[in-house]
Design a protein around this ligand. Structure first.
Ligand SMILES: *Cc1c(COP(=O)(O)O)cnc(C)c1O
Length: 376
């Protein structure tokens, strides 16, 4: 059996190697390394794939969040609502911009922000909500949009983990995650569902005004060359990364299907193990693209399982070991942990298993049998 990896970027590359190499060579031959026609081509391809009016490529997913917030004309001390259980980027950029994070506990089934808790946290300073579609599954966007509309809030979807997932509204209409809020952001970090071979990111919007503004912000606040109308940043996607993304975008649905198939195999292997809770699917199967396949271990033995897997050389991830309210960098922004009972419980239950496009049935069987043997 092939060595089991948490992700297998090399195995994936080998199947598209000739195309990727050809496209990289083309960029080098044209020597248009920054903002070349290839970046524009990728922008158009991603717009078409998602069905969104504007894609603004940038340097990474964290910049994308910062630029999105900068475009909203917020004032120091304005409040931004987001989840307590995610990667750091969201709370980090809120704090960097001098805004106030208002952090919400999660839905124990999906690990996503719990919309039922948002309304109690809205004040007259609240200006925006940043839901994160964690592990590949869209948040309950219909409820979030309703709250946002009622309170005149802007919605920025952090879609870094869920590119290609489809959200289903209660009228059965489906829409790509990342095209639902006022703005969305994503990351092309190599291990993301659509990853390049370095850093990359993008901002998405259907608003012409916001798109215009953000195209200026990513480029030093320039709308006309060497005239700086506002303070911006320097955040670019380079042409070699765009060329790689053009190749990989053709396979994104296939890649996500591979992840979904792997998830189904894991699910059925664990179906009789009481102590394991497999990922909960909020609506249809295509609403989850399994950036991570994350189990909850219900009998308090997560850390013992971790030791067991380490001994058997099976990789795993703990996403995330702490809520934001307990992280050293942010905890002074919280008065207590009374608002976060679900995060406090779930952080000790979660374990993410190897999940990527190259997993074989044999590997999945080996991983799940090793886990099942631990519980027997
Ligand atoms: C990866 C990730 C980011 C940050 O993306 P980078 O490209 O690494 O800056 C932001 N939010 C979430 C949820 C992520 O998973």
């Amino acid at each position: 059996m092939k060595k089991i990896n948490m992700v297998d970027l090399n195995g994936q590359y080998r199947k598209i190697r000739w195309q990727v190499n050809r496209e990289i060579k083309k960029v080098i031959n044209t020597s248009s390394f920054v903002n070349g026609p290839i970046v524009k081509e990728f922008q158009n391809n991603l717009q078409e794939y998602l069905g969104v009016k504007h894609v603004i490529p940038c340097a990474n997913g964290t910049d994308a969040l910062q630029i999105a917030l900068m475009a909203l004309n917020l004032e120091r001390g304005d409040e931004v609502i987001t989840t307590n259980f995610s990667f750091a980027s969201t709370i980090e950029v809120i704090l960097l911009l001098g805004l106030k994070p208002v952090v919400i506990d999660i839905d124990p089934r999906t690990f996503n922000i719990n919309p039922d808790l948002i309304k109690h946290k809205i004040s007259n300073k609240t200006k925006a909500i940043i839901p994160v579609h964690l592990f590949g599954q869209s948040c309950r966007m219909e409820e979030i949009l309703e709250i946002a509309n009622k309170n005149n809030l802007q919605v920025i979807e952090d879609n870094a983990q869920a590119l290609g997932s489809k959200y289903k509204f209660s009228n059965s209409q489906k829409q790509m995650s990342g095209t639902i809020g006022d703005i969305a952001t994503t990351s092309f970090y190599p291990t993301k569902n659509l990853g390049c071979y370095g850093d990359g990111g993008a901002i998405l919007t259907n608003s012409d005004n916001l798109a215009y503004k953000m195209r200026g912000i990513v480029n030093h606040g320039m709308y006309e060359r060497y005239y700086h109308d506002e303070i911006g940043v320097n955040s670019r996607l380079d042409s070699i990364q765009a060329a790689i993304l053009n190749v990989k975008l053709k396979y994104i649905d296939k890649y996500n299907n591979r992840r979904q198939e792997a998830a189904l195999l894991y699910n059925s292997a664990f179906q009789n193990i009481q102590q394991i809770e497999v990922p909960f699917i909020e609506s249809d199967s295509d609403s989850h693209v399994y950036h991570q396949y994350t189990l909850k271990i219900k009998n308090g033995k997560r850390d013992k399982l971790v030791d067991h897997l380490s001994k058997k050389n099976i990789p795993f991830g703990i996403f995330y070991p702490l809520g934001f309210h307990e992280q050293k960098a942010y905890k002074q922004d919280f008065s207590s942990d009374i608002d976060f009972p679900v995060t406090n419980k779930v952080k000790n239950q979660v374990i993410s298993l190897p999940m990527h496009t190259e997993l074989t049935k044999k590997q999945i069987k080996f991983i799940s049998n090793t886990i099942i043997s631990f519980f027997e």
